[in-house]
Design a protein around this ligand. Structure first.
Ligand SMILES: Cc1cc2nc3c(=O)[nH]c(=O)nc-3n(C[C@H](O)[C@H](O)[C@H](O)COP(=O)(O)OP(=O)(O)OC[C@H]3O[C@@H](n4cnc5c(N)ncnc54)[C@H](O)[C@@H]3O)c2cc1C
Length: 446
């Protein structure tokens, strides 16, 4: 099958229909930019058992995309916080979730990942959804003067003006970029094939609610830790385990690995009364993944650019990976929209696109203008502190951050100033849906 496309219309080819690919589809549609989205899986919505915490700055973007109201209906507010040791002794009762609401005007919300994807997909008009094709595994990208040709494993080809790789941590787009770069100049310095390093693995799963909704709890111990969230219908448990040695490889875990790691956590507490072994038999979907970390050096080449996990990967302790991916989409689409608004003579050329991609990458990597670097470092630090990776991290976990006022200090002096920097789509004017003690630095209406 060949997709002829309109010869001179600007068209984006998005690879991957995870949350970031879908956010890109929304943002491009709102900008009036034509796109086609290619997803390897046969189904857009598959239940992986994971949750996604969405922070207020991302809820603002959902508001711009017209899906905040529905999101609030399916998301679960996180309200209570406690920290335990492995024996179930609660040694910290912070007010972090309340502080988030005070500082930014809304609670953080926990979504079942597949429900968030379903919401985002269904919110696209039917006609636009027809541009999303499943069973399309990216196989090759060829760049020429006027655009790109994308080939899938089933032999289908798509012609467009540029490619956005939203195909996750093991991105094929990123690997094809690398091979294009090294083919044109073998001596060129480029990211390694596996650019992220994992020092921890994560056993995760969801089960029918087993405790009061609104709990966002932690359990800290040597080399192992847990994050537990409870919603109205589901609970989600995330069990972190230090790897014997760091790895860049992609490890495929079996169901035996899952059961055996669950056994190691069986006696650990999720709440004062609930242990892992109490919920494990009711676990509906479960799995293990290595927690790769890093930011790739090269985010684009020619007409190809990366967003989301394909260019940065965090540990999941602070629930920021997807939130940061949405920021990529916002900054990139603002740039593309501006470029296309300026271009009077058909499709913009390669050099104009490269300028937009470079400005996007520079902004995202700038620690003053963007929270990306801070979030990568803080997420990794949080994982190491919760797993007592050093004597100083044990002191921090057990004593220095344990008093309840410390949550306010961390939020006010570290996290909230980063959330404040979050960007919004500069071509969608809407009334601000949430305001708190920390004003947003980028407004969504003039
Ligand atoms: C257990 C767990 C909990 C998490 N919790 C949070 C959280 O609370 N908050 C948060 O912000 N982040 C969280 N994250 C991180 C978050 O899930 C990721 O940052 C986010 O999913 C990245 O989205 P993405 O669309 O870039 O990549 P992905 O979600 O990986 O999606 C990539 C898509 O590309 C498709 N694809 C891959 N290869 C190809 C190909 N060759 N051709 C076509 N399509 C392809 C895949 O099938 C997939 O649909 C969590 C991660 C995990 C593992």
């Amino acid at each position: 099958m060949a997709d002829s496309g309109t010869p001179h219309a600007f068209k984006v080819i998005i690879i991957g229909c995870g949350p970031i690919g879908l956010a890109t589809a929304h943002a491009l549609h709102a900008a009036g930019i034509e796109f086609v989205l290619l997803e390897r899986r046969e189904k857009i919505v598959e239940d992986s058992g994971a949750s996604i915490i969405v922070w207020p700055h991302t809820l603002r973007v959902l508001h711009q995309l017209g899906i905040l109201e529905q999101a609030l209906e399916i998301g679960d507010e996180l309200i209570h916080h406690l920290t335990f040791n492995a024996e179930g002794h609660a040694f910290s009762a912070g007010r972090r979730w309340e502080r988030v609401r005070l500082n930014h005007g809304h609670w953080a919300l926990a979504f079942h990942r597949s429900e968030l994807l379903e919401l985002m997909y269904n919110a696209l008009p039917l006609q636009v959804r027809q541009n999303i094709h499943t069973g399309k595994d990216l196989a090759g990208i060829e760049m020429n003067e006027g655009g790109v040709n994308v080939t899938c494993s089933d032999g289908s080809t798509y012609h467009g003006s540029m490619v956005i790789g939203a195909d996750g941590a093991h991105s094929k787009t990123r690997r094809l970029m690398r091979s294009l770069a090294l083919t044109s100049d073998p001596s060129r310095c480029w990211d390694p094939e596996h650019p992220f390093v994992a020092s921890y693995r994560l056993l995760f799963g969801s089960f029918p609610t087993a405790s009061e909704p609104g709990q966002g709890y932690d359990t800290h111990s040597q080399d192992k830790s847990i994050a537990y969230f409870s919603g109205k219908r589901r609970g989600w448990a995330f069990m972190y385990d230090k790897l014997p040695k760091p790895t860049c490889e992609r490890t495929e875990y079996t169901s035996d690995d899952t059961e055996s790691l669950a056994q190691e956590f069986a006696g650990y507490h999720l709440t004062e009364t609930l242990r892992v072994k109490d919920v494990w038999p009711t676990m509906q979907v479960k799995g293990i993944t290595d927690l790769h970390e890093g930011i790739v050096q090269h985010w684009s080449i020619g007409r190809i650019v990366l967003v989301g996990d394909s260019c940065h990967k965090f540990t999941t302790h602070l629930g920021l990976g997807c939130n940061e991916g949405i920021q990529d989409v916002v900054v990139l689409c603002n740039g593309l929209r501006r470029l296309l608004g300026k271009s009077t003579k058909g499709s913009p050329g390669l050099s104009s696109l490269e300028e937009v991609f470079q400005a996007y990458e520079q902004l995202r990597k700038d620690p003053i203008q963007s929270s990306l670097i801070f979030d990568l470092e803080t997420s990794g630090f949080e994982t190491r502190m919760h797993t007592w990776s050093s004597y100083s991290n044990w002191i921090l976990s057990r004593y220095l951050t344990a008093p309840s006022f410390m949550d306010n200090v961390v939020l006010d002096f570290a996290i909230s100033p980063q959330f404040q920097k979050a960007r919004v789509l500069d071509y969608i004017n809407k009334a601000e849906p949430m305001n708190g003690k920390f004003p947003w630095l980028h407004n969504m209406s003039p």
